[in-house]
Design a protein. Structure first.
Length: 94
């Protein structure tokens, strides 16, 4: 989320910690809450943030051929941000 800039990124994490009791390390287990928070804070623009995050995750896959073997994104799937992250978790990529 560095693309948002430090102040905004820190504000999001502060909100998660103070209002949702979720720290940064626990974020992968609470992606649904994180996604709802993005929509509450940014409205429709949250979708753009989620897409940018998914692209960052996917670029990490491309850099590591071992991960690429474990994780395959089917064109048939209509991924939401939480389901995309869940695929990463199920394949032990976090």
């Amino acid at each position: 989320m560095a693309f948002l800039g430090e102040p905004i990124k820190n504000q999001i994490f502060t909100h998660l910690e103070s209002n949702c009791s979720i720290d940064r390390e626990a974020l992968p287990e609470h992606v649904e809450i994180f996604s709802r928070l993005l929509y509450r804070l940014f409205g429709y623009h949250a979708k753009l943030i989620e897409i940018k995050c998914m692209k960052a995750f996917y670029s990490k896959i491309q850099e590591d051929p071992d991960i690429g073997k474990k994780f395959f994104v089917s064109e048939d799937k209509d991924f939401t941000f939480p389901s995309y992250i869940e695929e990463f978790r199920q394949n032990n990529l976090f």
